[in-house]
Design a protein around this ligand. Structure first.
Ligand SMILES: [Zn+2]
Length: 295
């Protein structure tokens, strides 16, 4: 996967691509984003964009550098993550030791996952590296909430916040989520649903964006159903509730059943998101979710 394949915050991607192309790369970045955003992949793609031998600014996935980065055996890449619940002082000390060595290639690169779990001591130690960076070194701190980092760390890094928030340019994604949310509740045939969902099964980023849009849509349907009941519409829930639940033999009211179905759908969407984070195949994760909701 290269930088071009990541479907997220195009404006940020453009700025990072330009920086990589022009060799105008900062020594330290914070990539902030919620747990459902695969910040490690974004960071790795950015590193490929910086170092790629064939397509600077983009990454090619075929040159030796890109291949080594993909396999986690690029000599100048230092990966740091939490040891237990936190990133400790020793981890930063080891990193500094490695940074004292000249890189085999153009630059030493550090990708730090869970940066906001750094102990205060670790952050204070890191500060020294940020204040006096070794030439060419690029550090990327990945964080769910940069507020957990000290002001002094934040002020020495360029911060980019990634989100799958749906904006106007994602209109087609919203439309798809709108259609699918209702079709799934109705229990439409799987072959029909799988055709519709196909465009978002191309990559993990699109699938995650779709799941976010779908969850937003179910949230809206849920609010709508509550408002309709409170407004005196009673059990005649708006939209498709009556067509979905016309069976009088249910003990629960159709409105209550409808809402329960939406709650279950939201749980299935969240499960699919977790499955994608665990690297389950995109197509399979979405299929499981659709079968769960469609019943
Ligand atoms: Zn390459």
């Amino acid at each position: 996967m290269t930088f071009d394949d990541i479907c997220i915050n195009e404006n940020i991607k453009r700025r990072l691509t330009e920086a990589a192309e022009k060799g105008n790369v900062s020594h330290a970045y914070i990539f902030e984003g919620s747990a459902c955003i695969d910040k490690e992949t974004i960071a790795l793609c950015f590193v490929k964009a910086i170092l790629c031998e064939q397509q600077c600014g983009r990454g090619c996935d075929t040159c030796l550098t890109c291949i080594k980065l993909n396999h986690g055996n690029y000599e100048d890449l230092i990966l740091i993550g939490a040891d237990g619940n936190s990133i400790k002082d020793e981890a930063i000390e080891n990193m500094q030791e490695r940074l004292r060595n000249k890189p085999f290639g153009a630059r030493n690169i550090v990708i730090m996952s869970d940066a906001d779990t750094m102990t205060l001591r670790a952050q204070n130690r890191l500060l020294k590296t940020l204040e006096e960076p070794t030439p060419g070194t690029v550090m990327i701190l990945l964080s769910e909430n940069a507020e957990n980092l000290t002001d002094t760390i934040r002020s020495r890094c360029i911060l980019y916040r990634f989100s799958y928030e749906v904006n106007e340019s994602d209109e087609s994604m919203c439309l798809l989520a709108q259609q699918l949310s209702v079709l799934l509740l109705k229990g439409s045939p799987f072959y029909l649903l799988s055709q519709k969902v196909k465009p978002v099964t191309e990559d993990k980023g699109s699938a995650l964006a779709f799941l976010d849009a779908l969850e937003t849509e179910y949230g809206r349907l849920l609010r709508e159903s509550v408002t309709n009941v409170a407004g005196g519409v009673g059990n005649a829930v708006a939209g498709d509730a009556e067509t979905v639940y016309s069976d009088e033999s249910f003990a629960e009211s159709p409105a209550a059943l409808y809402r329960r179905h939406i709650f279950d759908a939201i749980a299935a969407v969240e499960e699919a998101r977790r499955n994608l984070q665990r690297n389950m195949g995109v197509g399979y994760a979405l299929k499981c979710m659709m079968l769960k909701i469609g019943g």
